[in-house]
Each structure stands twice: as structure tokens, then as C-alpha cells.
Design a protein around this ligand. Structure first.
Ligand code: NI
Length: 351
């Protein structure tokens, strides 16, 4: 038996497991509550508070809380929680399933076979000491003739793709100003429900050359939905974006929490875009921290960020400056992989 900590490069896996399981368990709680009748709103509110604090406590980033991880060679792994750990005793042992890709950047290269992941070169979100010089990307030059004129060729240039999830929101237009000023193209994985409230922000994204991806209608854990519901989550958002932008539906999706299963993949029917660098900007609402983590990106990486957080948006000018100084080009997800077309049902984290 290998201790769980032995699978990972450092202790940051605990934060990741904590983050991912909280999202999944909160979703479970909400679903369970939606199917329950309560005597009053007060009782319901109280129950939700109890449930939430139990989840918070049971998923604190401590080794004790994550004793059982099950890898079966598929694209998902299971976290098993003890009875009483994250839910009332009557619920028994709780198991949640998460995509292996959501932890792949934290796995020790020598443990990759056990976990069944492809380990990316140094995909740690924390800045590395300068002694560990990153390997240059295996640049297999592609004929740039296949690329539209004026487009960066990421087969030979150092590229990164900035991606922003969960918007549009209050700071998205400010972010668009920053990107415009710096002539940076990014990719936005938008939530349909929010796009409906801010259609002009969506239109602006399209007009200013950013790529728009589908992040579902209201951000559920898609693995908990029926096939019909999953299809609806994508279709509703597709329709709205197409309606606002006047362009055909977006070719890429990002499932909330990076959570996928075979059903989701099949129904999505298009490339699934995850990330290689997660700056944990939802957790550390500190622009300096977010800047440092994003600035540690390496060539070919898809970088995750959330335009719903002011601190993330505020970090972007410094991130652009830092990465530009190292010779990076900022491209959309499609451009990162060009001239190769992204394939349906495949997951992507880096070029
Ligand atoms: Ni999201």
C-alpha cells in the first residue's frame, strides 16, 4: 500500500481535493434538499447550514479527511468518506467521483501509471525555484501555411491560453478593457444564466476576438443529471450565445468543476477544455498571489481563472506583463492547438 500523500508532489493536493469535494458535496446537498419538503423556510435554512458546516468540516484539507481514494484505471477516481464525515449518519458512507484530470497536475510523475494520468511537465500552480529549469516544449514545427495570416503559430512559439470561467459578471467588462488595452485574446467559458443578464458583454467578447465556450446554463455537476438534462444545459447556452453573437454555437465546452463522465462526454459531442494551471483564485482572493501563480505558467498551458472575482481581474495586467517579459504569446484555446483541430469528446489541458 502506498500512502495517499505518496502519490502527490506536495501537500497542495489536500487543498485541491478539499475544493473539488466541497463543490460536489454541496451540489449533492442542494439536490437532496430540493427533493425534500420542509415545514418552514426557517427549518430549511437551518438544515442547509447544518449540512454546509458538516461538509466544510469533513473536507478540511487534512490527510485524515481523504483516506480513501480509489483509482480503477478509468478517467474518474472515487473519494470515499466515512459515515458521519460529510453527511448525516443515515446517508451512510458517501462516495464521490471526480475526473482524474482534475488532479493530474499534482501527481508525481513516477506515480502516473498507478493513477492512470498523463503527467504534464511541471504543471504545478506554485512558482518553482529557478534551479528547476523548465524543459522547452517539444516543438514539432507545423507548417504555418495552415494557419490564418497573422496568427501566432504555437507549434513554434511559446503560447498560453488564459481562460475565464463562470461569468459574465460585474468585473467582466473591466477585464475586457484590460485585454483590449494589452491586445490579448482570451477564452471565456460562460454560464448561460449570466449571459442572459449581460448579453452586451457576450457580444463584446465576440466582437473583440475572444473565444466563447459553453460552461452550461446554471453550473451544475453534470454527472448528477440525466442525459436529457445534460443536453439541455448545453443546448440552452449554445442557443443563447448564438443568438447574441450571430455566430454558430461555440465548438468548446468546459464542464463545471471539470466534472465529467462518459455520458457527459458523449452528449457534449465536442472537445472538453480543462486546464493545466489552476491558480486557486476562488480561494486566495489576493491579486499578488494570483499573479505569482499565473505567471509561473509554462508553454502550452491552459490557465484557469474566474472573472467573477475582482482580485483575479486585478491580477491580469501584471500576469500579462510577467508572461510577456518571458516571451509568451496569449492565444485563444482554438489558436493554442492550431493548426490541429480539437477533437470531439477529448479532454485538453495543454498543447
Ligand atoms: Ni465554473
Amino acid at each position: 500500500m502506498i500512502p495517499i500523500s505518496g502519490l502527490f508532489k506536495d501537500k497542495s493536493y489536500l487543498d485541491r481535493l478539499s475544493q473539488l469535494s466541497r463543490a460536489s458535496l454541496m451540489d449533492r446537498l442542494d439536490k437532496k434538499m430540493a427533493a425534500t419538503t420542509y415545514d418552514s423556510d426557517e427549518v430549511k435554512k437551518e438544515q442547509r447550514e447544518i449540512g454546509t458546516s458538516q461538509i466544510q468540516e469533513g473536507t478540511e484539507p487534512k490527510e485524515d479527511n481523504f483516506k480513501t481514494l480509489i483509482f480503477d484505471g478509468s478517467s474518474a477516481f472515487t473519494i470515499r468518506f466515512d459515515k458521519y464525515q460529510v453527511a448525516p449518519g443515515v446517508d451512510g458512507v458517501i462516495a464521490i467521483s471526480l475526473p482524474v484530470s482534475s488532479i493530474q497536475d499534482l501527481v508525481k510523475p513516477e506515480m502516473a501509471d498507478i493513477v492512470g494520468v498523463t503527467v504534464l511537465p511541471a504543471a504545478s500552480p506554485t512558482p518553482r525555484p529557478p534551479t528547476q529549469t523548465p524543459q522547452p516544449p517539444a516543438a514539432t514545427p507545423q507548417p504555418s501555411a495552415n494557419l490564418p495570416a497573422g496568427e501566432v503559430n504555437c507549434a513554434v512559439e511559446k503560447c498560453v491560453a488564459l481562460t475565464f470561467d463562470d461569468g459574465p459578471a460585474a468585473y467582466t467588462d473591466h477585464l475586457l478593457d484590460i485585454l483590449k488595452e494589452n491586445q490579448v485574446k482570451a477564452t471565456f467559458f460562460v454560464v448561460g444564466r449570466s449571459a442572459k443578464i449581460q448579453p452586451t458583454t457576450i457580444l463584446r467578447m465576440a466582437q473583440e476576438g475572444h473565444q466563447i465556450g459553453n460552461h452550461t446554463w446554471d453550473h451544475p455537476d453534470l454527472r448528477t443529471l440525466s442525459g436529457e438534462q445534460v443536453a439541455q444545459e448545453f443546448a440552452q447556452t449554445d442557443q443563447l450565445i448564438a443568438q447574441i453573437t450571430g455566430q454558430p454555437p461555440t465548438n468548446i465546452i468546459r464542464p463545471p468543476y471539470g466534472a465529467i463522465n462518459d455520458q457527459v462526454k458523449k452528449i457534449a459531442g465536442r472537445p472538453i477544455i480543462l486546464w493545466a494551471l489552476d491558480p486557486l483564485d476562488w480561494k486566495d482572493r489576493d491579486s499578488a498571489i494570483v499573479t505569482a501563480r499565473m505567471s509561473a505558467a509554462q508553454a502550452g498551458m491552459i490557465i484557469l481563472g474566474h472573472d467573477i472575482h475582482r482580485t483575479t481581474v486585478d491580477a491580469i495586467p501584471a500576469v500579462i506583463q510577467a508572461l510577456r517579459a518571458k516571451g509568451f504569446k496569449f492565444v485563444t484555446v482554438n489558436a493554442l492547438f492550431a493548426p490541429n483541430a480539437l477533437q470531439a469528446n477529448k479532454t485538453y489541458t495543454a498543447r
